[in-house]
Design a binder for this molecule. Structure first.
Ligand code: SAM
Length: 221
């Protein structure tokens, strides 16, 4: 039996040893290379995948360890989650993953070059439930245009949420303002073990037996 607190993820984040060196895995907005340069972040050139709002970093850890020939950049606006995720990446000595504490919308608008990304991942973005707050949602017209601009030929956008209305609205915005191909729907895969979920929020929703809406888009080649 899984405890509710474990399911809901309400436990405080573990504290991070202040002597633990996060310098390689945790960057601030000011640390980012200008002009954009992957070699200074990863020590190598490789296809880059960006996650928007990494939270506790489950996706970043598993994707970076499962796809070692790609570079991964997690973005997170909340300092405590950015630090937590960076500590996990550092603890696993993942050389192909970096966490940056920043607003992902600013990163795309100001730093990421055209056609520079192999994939963009947006998992369970904050729903901003009230109608008057919908303008704060990340899946907005400007941002989906930025995603389409920065994806390289053959690149993909992965968007999952548990909020059906947000899902439908986002698919409409993507169709109206980009030429991305899709959506392809992504089938739910049974979890093979307790950590076999793409993100912490996916785990939470599935353990609560709530639906998750998943879509994938592609650029043409
Ligand atoms: C609902 S949580 C989902 C976290 C994770 N993707 C998951 O599925 O478990 C959304 C996360 O996005 C972060 N966030 C919200 N707006 C952001 C932005 N503009 N740039 C980067 N991170 C953002 C929040 O701080 C929060 O950690």
């Amino acid at each position: 039996m899984v405890s509710l607190d474990l399911v809901m993820g309400r436990r405080a984040l573990p504290s991070i040893d202040p002597n633990f060196d996060l310098s390689r895995h945790l960057k601030t907005w000011d640390d980012l290379p200008r002009p954009w340069d992957l070699t200074s972040l990863y020590g190598r050139l490789a296809p880059l995948e960006v996650e928007v709002g990494s939270g506790k970093g489950m996706f970043l850890q598993s994707a970076a360890s499962g796809t070692p020939d790609h570079n991964f950049l997690g973005t997170e606006i909340a300092r405590k989650y950015a630090q937590f995720t960076a500590s996990r990446l550092a603890g696993r000595e993942l050389k192909n993953a970096v966490m940056v504490r920043c607003d992902a919308q600013r990163l795309f608008a100001e730093l990421l070059p055209d056609a520079s990304l192999a994939a963009v991942h947006v998992y369970f973005p904050d729903p901003w439930w009230k109608k008057r707050h919908h303008k704060r949602r990340v899946m907005n017209e400007l941002f989906v245009k930025e995603i389409a601009r920065t994806l390289a030929p053959g690149g993909s956008l992965h968007f999952w949420t548990d909020v059906k209305e947000y899902f439908d609205a986002s698919l409409e915005v993507i169709a109206a303002h980009t030429r991305l191909l899709g959506p392809l729907s992504v089938a739910e895969r049974p979890a093979e073990h307790d950590l076999d979920f793409r993100t912490h929020f996916e785990r939470r929703m599935r353990l609560l037996d709530e639906p998750v809406y998943r879509a994938q888009f592609y650029t043409g080649r």
